[in-house]
Design a protein around this ligand. Structure first.
Ligand SMILES: CC[C@@H](C(=O)O)C(=O)SCCNC(=O)CCNC(=O)[C@H](O)C(C)(C)COP(=O)(O)OP(=O)(O)OC[C@H]1O[C@@H](n2cnc3c(N)ncnc32)[C@H](O)[C@@H]1OP(=O)(O)O
Ligand SMILES: [Co+2]
Length: 134
């Protein structure tokens, strides 16, 4: 059911500094920052030949990544994102197998203007997983 690895997300304490490190030190192609208030994050995407790195920083008072950054003040890997062909079919299949879909269970439009959902890290070996409809 899951397809390509769409991105690996890293929460960072300073988005400008992290963007600079990926661009200037690691020599990667780095996007401009984009605020996504519906998700409570600001994102920067690092384009790699085979996947992407999503640099994340909290946006607003209720950011879902605020606690993670408090616990990991230097930053850390936050989630991985797999592509699926049909996100509602994937959600229903996973829920039927007992997996917890986060939020209200309805997909939101993600950073690539496609529907996304999150699965509880305790159900996937300590890793928060995002599904994005391809
Ligand atoms: C830009 C849009 C989109 C895209 O298109 O790419 C994005 O990527 S948005 C990214 C941000 N959005 C989200 O993360 C939404 C889903 N997340 C959540 O609903 C919550 O963050 C959470 C996963 C339910 C965690 O809630 P929180 O309140 O922060 O923490 P808890 O203390 O309740 O955590 C419970 C338990 O889970 C462990 N945990 C928390 N976060 C992670 C994580 N990222 N990876 C692994 N484990 C995680 C946490 O440590 C707790 O464990 P215990 O201490 O053992 O209880
Ligand atoms: Co993501």
């Amino acid at each position: 059911m899951i397809g390509r690895l769409n991105h690996v997300a890293i929460v960072v304490p300073d988005l400008a500094a992290a963007s600079g490190t990926y661009r200037d030190t690691l020599g990667a192609r780095v996007s401009a920052p984009v605020d996504l208030p519906a998700h409570g994050v600001t994102t920067v995407f690092v384009e790699l030949p085979n996947t992407k790195i999503e640099l994340l920083h909290p946006l607003g008072a209720d950011s879902p990544i605020a606690k993670f950054l408090e616990k990991n003040p230097s930053g850390g890997i936050h989630h991985i994102c797999y592509e699926v062909e049909d996100i509602l079919a994937a959600r229903d299949r996973l829920k039927a197998q007992g997996m917890r879909v986060l939020g209200d269970g309805e997909p939101k439009i993600g950073a690539h203007d496609r529907p996304v959902l999150f699965l509880h890290p305790k159900d996937l070996f300590g890793t928060l997983v995002e599904l994005e409809q391809a």
